[in-house]
Design a protein around this ligand. Structure first.
Ligand SMILES: *[C@@H]1O[C@H](CO)[C@@H](O)[C@H](O)[C@H]1NC(C)=O
Ligand SMILES: *[C@@H]1O[C@H](CO)[C@@H](O)[C@H](O)[C@H]1NC(C)=O
Length: 291
């Protein structure tokens, strides 16, 4: 096993990420650029139907002082408190800007906070559809961490030679190393999609049809339904924070927002890249060039 460079560990640590660098197999990986990471992120956005939207309660929130608070029996003193919950997301605008499409349900707390002026953070993680054929294993023999002086006698080792696959990971709720997979936060605000709520409108018809491909159950609460008042909105991305995986092989940091947008990332580009675990038989230690 080849000793690893310290650079990756330093990058991880400075980004406040728990995971440290892990060994390369027989060659050093090239860390992708922020732009290459943006392409991967755009693909993750296109393929992932769920995310967590965080908002902040308005400062003037008081218990039960309006219909909305009464309806949810909201406690007092929540002003400034962050609140994050799973929401449906989609990638439905044909401007190809990478602004996620959100169906805002007026009665939802997330959207009440937005109406009260909150900015939003949408966090999305990549979940591989297939478990890896070779896993990062915990072994008790002298591990790679000892090269960094970080190991304890039984610290997790990172050899990729062992068995694994679906049987070995049968009882494992995350049958892959989630710390080594990409995730990101899109920071910005919600804005209406002009024409988006009108299915007689070309924009509205296309957005609804695209959204239903990701979320067929949402047909019951599309704009104009009797179940809930709802509106199609776009999350206007202002900043992008990216953690691509372990810092010795992945980019960790802010992606310049102009790299996220269409001026640089085209549909063709994100359609052409592949993410870890999209194909069967992948190895957790693989770098993006091996996928
Ligand atoms: C939303 O974020 C912007 C910075 O992008 C900031 O200027 C504005 O004050 C924020 N709004 C609220 C309500 O915090
Ligand atoms: C690795 O496995 C050993 C023995 O199975 C165990 O004692 C140790 O706590 C494990 N280390 C980690 C980091 O999980």
């Amino acid at each position: 096993m080849k000793p690893i460079t310290l650079a990756g560990a330093v990058v991880s640590a400075s980004a406040g990420v728990a995971a440290v660098a892990v060994p390369t197999s027989d060659y050093e990986h090239r860390i992708p650029t922020s732009y290459e990471s943006a392409v991967l992120g755009r693909r993750i956005l296109a393929l992932t139907p769920l995310g967590t939207i965080s908002t902040v309660f308005p400062q003037d929130t008081h218990a039960n002082d309006d219909d909305a608070s009464r309806a949810e029996n909201r406690p007092a003193g929540l002003g400034g408190m962050p609140y994050g919950l799973m929401e449906y997301i989609a990638d439905c605008e044909d401007d190809d800007l990478g602004n996620p499409t959100i169906l805002a349900i007026t009665v939802g707390t997330t959207f009440k906070n937005i109406v009260a002026g909150s900015n939003v953070s949408l966090s999305v993680q990549w979940t591989p559809p297939h478990p890896p054929a070779k896993r990062i294993k915990n072994k008790t023999r002298r591990g790679w961490l000892s090269y960094l002086g970080l190991s304890t006698p039984h610290h997790a080792d990172a050899d990729a030679d062992a068995d694994s696959g679906p049987d070995a990971s049968h009882h494992d709720p995350t049958p892959y190393s989630a710390a080594n997979l990409p995730r990101f936060a899109l920071l910005g605000h919600l804005a209406p999609i002009p024409g988006g709520d009108d299915r007689q409108d070309a924009v509205g018809a296309r957005v609804a049809s695209c959204y239903l491909k990701s979320h067929p159950d949402a047909r019951y609460w599309l704009p104009g339904s009797r179940v809930h008042e709802s509106h199609f909105m776009r999350l206007v991305v202002e900043q992008v924070y990216w953690v691509g995986g372990f810092g010795d092989r992945a980019f960790i940091g802010w992606i310049p927002v102009e790299e996220w947008y269409v001026q640089t990332v085209s549909r063709k580009e994100w359609e052409d890249v592949r993410l870890p675990g999209e194909k069967k038989g992948w190895k957790e230690w693989s770098a993006s060039e091996d996928l």
